[in-house]
Design a protein. Structure first.
Length: 133
């Protein structure tokens, strides 16, 4: 009984952590127009950014990757519910293809375990429907 109760409490805590994590990433974008502009350009026009802004957005996106890694590990331990995991995967699918995220992944990929690397490849590849001009 204690083990079941503990797992339930961990899942509740992890669900709250997901909310807190998203707020910590989104709030600066919402409240700071300069960061919002940088975030938008990092997704659609990364190559046009100057070297300092490229590094700024790579470090910002690395925070997201680090959080995704945490949720991946929690999922492996069965401490994230199926519903919560679907929400996390939706973020991978919709945010992971941003150019700045892919650039951050190139920089930090080697710091993550092979299982996470292999899992994330499907989300960090460019969208095949988007064609280069």
């Amino acid at each position: 009984f204690r083990r079941v109760l503990f797992r339930s409490m961990m899942k509740v805590g992890n669900a709250q952590h997901f909310v807190d994590f998203n707020i910590s990433l989104v709030s600066p974008i919402v409240t700071n127009r300069e960061l919002a502009d940088l975030w938008i350009k990092g997704g659609s026009d990364f190559d046009a950014l100057d070297p300092i802004d490229k590094q700024r957005i790579i470090m910002f996106e690395w925070q997201a990757i680090a959080g995704w890694h945490n949720f991946f590990n929690l999922r492996q331990q069965r401490l994230v519910s199926d519903k919560q995991w679907r929400e996390v995967v939706w973020v991978f699918e919709n945010i992971g293809r941003r150019q700045a995220v892919r650039e951050a992944w190139k920089t930090f990929k080697g710091g993550y375990d092979k299982q996470f690397q292999d899992f994330m490849v499907q989300y960090l590849e460019p969208d095949p429907e988007l064609k280069d001009d």
